[in-house]
Design a protein around this ligand. Sequence first.
Ligand SMILES: [Zn+2]
Length: 409
Amino acid sequence: MSFRRDFSELKEIGVDPAGGWSRQAFSAADIAAHEWLLAKGRDAGLSARYDFFGNVILRLEGEGRAVLIGSHLDTVQNGGAFDGAIGVLAGLEVARRLKAENSPGLPVEVIAFRDEEGRFGPFTGSRAMAGLHDEQTLAKARGADGVLLADVMAAAGFAPANAPREWDDVAAWLELHIEQGPVLEAAGIGLGIVTSIAGQERLSLRFTGRADHAGTAPMDLRRDAFAGAARFAVEFRELIRSSTDPALRGTIGVIKLLPNQGNVVPEQVTLGLEIRSTHAETLSFMRERIEETAKKLALDEGLELRIRRLYSDGPVPMAPALQKVLADAAADLGHQAMFLPSGANHDTGIIGRIVPAAMLFVPSVDGRSHCPEEQTELEQIENAIDVLHRAVATLRSSHPPGLERAEVQ
Ligand SMILES: [Zn+2]
């Protein structure tokens, strides 16, 4: 089993004494992992190179537009061994098998995108290949540790710039990834076919009242920013829970309170929240309800309210024709599969806006991810690789009609 050997070799790179794996983008471990992949590609008889951004591209030559398979090798700090890595290794294994079979067909490329985990910004590597970066911003990008992207890239022989490829030469993009959630495990099903990647809205709400002495200010005369924010938090959760959209998620993950002292009535509270769904209508509808709710409560509590829309990105539906190719491949091989949305974003969320794309999920034990405990049964990954291999073989030999990008909202 070549995948098992590859996986055990890759797991040697970036082991963190503090637990799990730390291969943050352009760290020594991350650079070593990409060098390892390049050598593996060459060993497999594939052409192997970096693009300007340092994304790895392994290519099996063929006739026509290429089928791309890939994911990422970087991890969060003290992350798991499976996130991203298995998708790249699946691509390597599929390309290796196709090479050995020596059958004619579309070219196949295996891609490892740099910095999927966003040390220097969201999806830095796939966005570079998509040509989406503002290069002046990119040149100034720093990690949370203050490290300048331009410095670490220069040391590795790359530059913080777009590295756009010719997308007209691409027929399809496929990514195998761990689910990072509990759905497949709970259903007892080993394979998930992703229908859509959730879009999201991020808002910042700032409630401003008045700082007063906590011992003397009468309760009915206060303008307590926290009281307003707390009432909002409760109503926010009710709004999300009462939605008829089962894909909707809502989280208040940030709170800043001023002056944050035990004997002072809070003057200002800023909440950072996000909502996600695979339905664009839900996102815009809910954003309006959220803003209305915040305004109503601010008025009621005598607070001023400032709302900032920090980020907005629509859902990315997966190409129906590719979902079918994957479902057929699973059925042909006797593996049970279910369709499910992805609440987490992936490189596919970037690439799927440009070319037809699809994703395969394998179960995450206990739904855990981004931690050393991240786990998936190796046999389930091998089954998924078999399905991916069959699907890519189908695509290579009979470029199916109707292979068009789903409408991005
Ligand atoms: Zn990932």
